[in-house]
Design a protein around this ligand. Structure first.
Ligand code: NOJ
Length: 548
């Protein structure tokens, strides 16, 4: 089935479906740009770099949390969702960011974190000070423990960051936290919890933001009926019938229908994209028109450099979009994932957690291969219908920083797994802007995570004037995508093993060579190639070309 076309008008800022094919750039604010020299990126830092985003040509910027937070989980532990962390700026700074971005035709999406709050949130502090069975405790998930003295956790649920998902208070009760113990889970059967989130949506909607990225969107509704059912391994494959006690439950539909009604109060309606780690067959539920409207498809971020796997990812993503009526999304990297320039530099199948523990040396990444493949993957992704989510630094080809000193690690995963996993800091290292400036132009103060020497040659200033740079490849591809984009489907072209080849409406084609050898370049006009040197009559390995 062919969806309505993205005719010129939907690129306009006023079109309700602007998000369907948008290129969205994820800013991790504390690592993007530091305007006041405290070593932490901030909102005015983002404002100061809007020129960069404009020259890249992105349609929208998504800001990871910038709310007041004790930073136990990089800002995903929010202590006040309707405010700005004073270290990052003020609500007025956000207003200015939105106005400045809009004046350049760039939309702004912010994160909402509905599953949990920080333990420093006023509600949790009130719950701690209130007795068992109180209304204040009913906003969270408090339970008595098991065993004769209640000394056993209420269930065997585990935290994603390691250890039990329950922590006991001095008064004997336990509270649930699917992430760090400083991130207590809210109880979404509580009306006050639901209303407060609607308030948060309207707060940012009224300020002018264009949409939301919804954290742990598959986790809000839980089956908390006694006795609590077993869910011993949080990372196992979820059932496809919504029967898991913690995740991807059918009651979520009703929650998101309420949110949708709020989104539709705005003109154009606010958009939302779900972070829902649900089975591929169920992700489309979150993307339905009456629900959040779009969901992340993370499959590129877990795919090996293998043509069958990559083709499977594309086919499942497009099929999911057919089911929901939304468009799919494509994600190679984000703040939770080992950066793809590094993933693709490693042999297929390497256990990335184990590799990080070696400090990133065993096996040694092949940097040149990683760079080639990252460029080819970017062009493949940008040739697809649907929206593309780029992570800050993707456009520079930044690698994972795998050798951060242990005493600089900030991700709770390191401590909570007792050093069994290093965590996600290596994807969150402050960006290099200027190869000649102190701290590579991130800011005047010592950055909160140290930048590696290799960032110098990858800085924006180092790549800007080089037509073959990864930065200029992204600029060219995003510009061309906007001109060539037409329909929401693709037609596969028969090709030899190891080659992905498809046609878009209007006749332009994308060919990615994942095989180990060069393949013949089909006849036609070359539009763009990911290779760093001009392509002759063959497409080198690890290369994508657009032609017509
Ligand atoms: C997903 C976020 O992307 C991640 O960074 C965070 O740790 C968890 N949700 C918990 O909020």
């Amino acid at each position: 089935m062919t969806h309505p076309t993205l005719a010129g008008s939907s690129r306009s800022s006023f079109a309700a479906d602007w998000w369907r094919h948008a290129v969205v750039y994820q800013v991790y604010p504390r690592s993007f740009a530091d305007s006041d020299g405290d070593g932490l990126g901030d909102i005015r830092g983002v404002v100061s770099k809007l020129d960069h985003l404009e020259s890249l040509g992105v349609d929208a910027v998504w800001l990871s949390p910038f709310y007041p937070s004790p930073l136990v989980d990089g800002g995903y532990d929010v202590s006040d969702p309707r405010s700005v962390d004073p270290r990052l700026g003020t609500v007025d700074d956000m207003r200015e960011l939105v106005a400045d971005a809009h004046s350049r035709g760039i939309k702004v999406i912010v994160d909402v974190v509905p599953n949990h709050t920080s333990d420093q949130h006023a509600w949790f502090q009130e719950a701690l000070a209130s007795p068992k069975g109180s209304a204040a405790r009913a906003r969270y998930v408090f339970r008595d423990g098991l065993g004769p003295d209640g000394g056993e956790p209420p269930s065997d649920w585990r935290s994603h960051f390691g250890g039990p998902a329950w922590t006991r208070l001095p008064d004997g009760q336990w509270y649930l936290h699917l992430f760090a113990r400083e991130q207590p889970d809210l109880d979404w059967s509580n009306r006050g919890v639901r209303d407060d989130l609607l308030r948060t949506l309207r707060f940012w909607g009224d300020l002018g933001v264009d949409g939301f990225r919804v954290d742990v969107a598959h986790g809000l509704a839980k089956d908390l009926a006694e006795p609590l059912r077993s869910q011993p391994n949080l990372d196992r494959q979820l059932p496809t019938d919504g029967s898991d006690p913690l995740y991807d439950r059918d009651e979520l539909d009703e929650i998101y229908a309420e949110w949708r009604a709020v989104f539709n109060e705005y003109e154009p309606p606010l958009m939302a994209v779900a972070e829902a780690w649900a089975p591929p067959s169920r992700v489309s539920r979150y993307a339905k028109r009456g629900s959040l409207g779009q969901a992340f498809n993370f499959e590129f971020s877990t795919s090996a450099w293998d043509s069958d796997q990559l083709r499977g990812v594309i086919e499942r993503g497009l099929a999911s979009a057919e089911r929901s009526g939304a468009t799919t999304t494509w994600v190679l990297s984000n703040h939770d994932i080992v950066r793809h320039a590094t993933r693709f530099a490693l042999p297929n199948g390497v256990d990335l957690d184990a590799w990080l523990l070696t400090g990133g040396v065993d096996p040694a990444p092949d940097v040149a291969v990683g760079r080639r493949r990252a460029r080819a993957a970017a062009l493949l992704m940008l040739a697809l219908p649907g929206s593309v989510y780029l992570y800050q630094g993707d456009e520079l080809g930044l690698p994972e920083v795998a050798d951060l000193p242990i005493d600089r690690l900030r991700d709770p995963i390191w401590e909570r797994t007792n050093g069994a996993q290093k965590g996600r800091d290596g994807a969150r290292v402050p960006l290099p802007w200027d190869s000649e400036a102190p701290h590579l132009g991130f800011g005047t103060g010592e950055p909160w995570l140290p930048q590696p020497a290799v960032f110098r040659e990858l800085a924006v200033s180092s790549q800007d004037a080089d037509p073959a740079s990864t930065l200029n490849l992204h600029r060219a591809a995003i510009r061309l995508r906007g001109l060539l984009d037409a329909s929401e489907d693709i037609t596969w072209i028969d090709s030899p093993d190891g080659v992905l080849h498809f046609r878009r409406a209007g006749g332009w084609r994308c060919l990615t060579n994942v095989s180990g050898d060069a393949v013949p370049l089909p006849a036609g006009e070359m539009l763009l190639s990911s290779a760093e040197t001009p392509v002759g009559d063959t497409v080198p390995r690890d290369t994508t070309v657009w032609y017509r």
